[in-house]
Write a protein that binds this ligand. Structure first.
Ligand SMILES: [Zn+2]
Length: 106
């Protein structure tokens, strides 16, 4: 787990495990890898890969998350959508908070 923030869409597509057609569901979610914060001009490149009720979300976003699924594939999901869809998922919430809050010093 690192606190990487992805700020460029090419960083996503260059990742070896990234798969544009992967579906993300509550069942196959493994972990949150990093935050995505893209500039406005890259918004239309992204497609939210959350899959619910037989449909993939596919909406464009600037702020979202890079996640991994249980088959070791990576996918991207929109921020608002991800927060809603995973709001009861403890792993997601804990990892999101680790990414978004400054690291604690002990
Ligand atoms: Zn979505």
């Amino acid at each position: 787990m690192n606190n990487l923030i992805i700020k460029d869409y090419t960083e996503i597509v260059q990742r070896k495990q990234f798969n544009l057609t992967q579906h993300v569901t509550l069942e196959n979610f493994n972990s949150l890898i990093s935050l995505i914060r893209l500039p406005k001009n890259e918004e239309n490149l992204t497609k939210c890969q959350i899959h619910k009720k037989q449909n993939t979300c596919n909406h464009h976003f600037m702020h979202g998350y890079l996640v991994s699924t249980k088959d070791n594939t990576e996918a991207i999901i929109g921020g608002t959508c991800g927060n809603q869809y995973f709001h009861l998922d403890e792993t997601f919430s804990i990892q999101r908070d680790l990414c978004t809050k400054p690291a604690k010093t002990y």
